[in-house]
Design a protein around this ligand. Sequence first.
Ligand code: 5GP
Ligand code: ZN
Length: 114
Amino acid sequence: MTECLFCKIVAGELPSERVAENDAAYAFKDINPHAPVHVLVVPKVHIATAAHVAPEQADIVGQMILLAQEVADVTGVADSGYRLIMNVGEDAWMSVPHLHLHVLGGQRLAGHLG
Ligand code: 5GP
Ligand code: ZN
């Protein structure tokens, strides 16, 4: 059995607040939101980080972007704008080693990235 937190969430072994999903990806609310809208989009298969995406998995990342568009629609931020963030590794403070895209919005976000 997997020890990966987000694999367990995808499998329904741990609870999550579902926002949307497609064949390749699942979107759920972040447990510790940094903005009024803070949703995580994860691939349904385990991929550790963006640095581990294999060429044959590129379509999965595309499906994650498409799902993020749907998340923006259903959470009402598609027109106001939102930020997509994918942390990789220690310096970016990645804390869960299962690829995930943060969808942040619902307020005017900080005007800098670092
Ligand atoms: P990272 O820092 O790795 O880019 O983002 C990991 C995110 O996962 C954090 O924003 C954190 O709040 C969220 N997170 C960690 N554990 C859980 C959990 O059990 N459920 C949910 N919904 N989010 C989680
Ligand atoms: Zn995983």
